[in-house]
Design a protein around this ligand. Structure first.
Ligand code: GSH
Length: 212
């Protein structure tokens, strides 16, 4: 498999975590978002939406949209399950993932930030916008993790929810968001820093990492 992605992209990061948790090997093809490579003809052939990630299978089939990719991985590779066995618990894990995937990340994505800047938002207004959606979602997740977590977002094993949360915390740190109000989320971040699948998925560990 080839993961087309970008080292600092949260959606690529969440996909790498899921692949690693399942013990799958994959190659990576870097799509440089800074230079607009996601809009190149070559990449648009993989994903007409011009967004990363895309997962190319060995037979050439390409999957897009990280939620669909993660659900496919879960169905195709049931080892190290990312979802609990009970239906209500599965819905609760998916709900936690959706707080990030539907209600935080899309509002702070590169193209959305470019759009609000294009409408006249300056740096301060853009930072306020970013912080608003992160705090809104993290406040709810803090309650949910306190309720359901026993070391991870849900229970004592990493689930889909952790695949989404950890990259969003990384992104919040890049945006200098004060996370002190979220001790349960910070405990998961600390745990992920010690977990091999999360460590290997970290942006700084990727072949295209360019922290300069
Ligand atoms: N819902 C999509 C969102 C993908 C997405 O927004 N990817 C970002 C990187 S995290 C991207 O490619 N941004 C490029 C751009 O905005 O031009 C998914 O989960 O795969």
């Amino acid at each position: 498999m080839i993961l087309h992605g970008y080292w600092r992209s949260g959606t690529s990061y969440r996909t790498r975590i899921a692949l690693n948790l399942k013990g799958l090997t994959y190659d990576q093809a870097a799509v440089d978002l800074r230079t607009g490579q996601q809009k190149s003809d070559a990449y648009l052939a993989h994903n007409p939406q011009g967004l990363v990630p895309a997962l190319e299978m060995n037979d050439g089939t390409v999957l897009t949209q990280s939620p669909a990719i993660l659900e496919w991985l879960e169905e195709q590779y049931p080892q190290a399950p990312l979802l609990p066995s009970e239906a209500v618990a599965r819905a609760q894990v998916r709900a936690m993932a959706a707080v990030v995937g539907c209600d935080i990340h899309p509002l702070n994505n590169l193209r959305v930030l470019k759009a609000i800047k294009g409408l006249g938002a300056d740096e301060a207004a853009t930072s306020q916008w970013i912080g608003q959606w992160i705090h809104d979602g993290f406040a709810a997740l803090e309650v949910l993790v306190a309720r359901h977590g026993k070391g991870w977002c849900y229970g004592d094993q990493p689930t889909l929810a952790d695949c989404y949360l950890v990259p969003q915390i990384y992104s919040a740190r890049r945006f200098n968001i004060d996370l002190s109000a979220y001790p349960h989320l910070l405990a998961i971040e600390a745990r992920a820093e010690q977990h091999p699948a999360f460590m290997a998925a970290h942006p700084d560990q990727q072949p295209d990492a360019d922290p300069a």
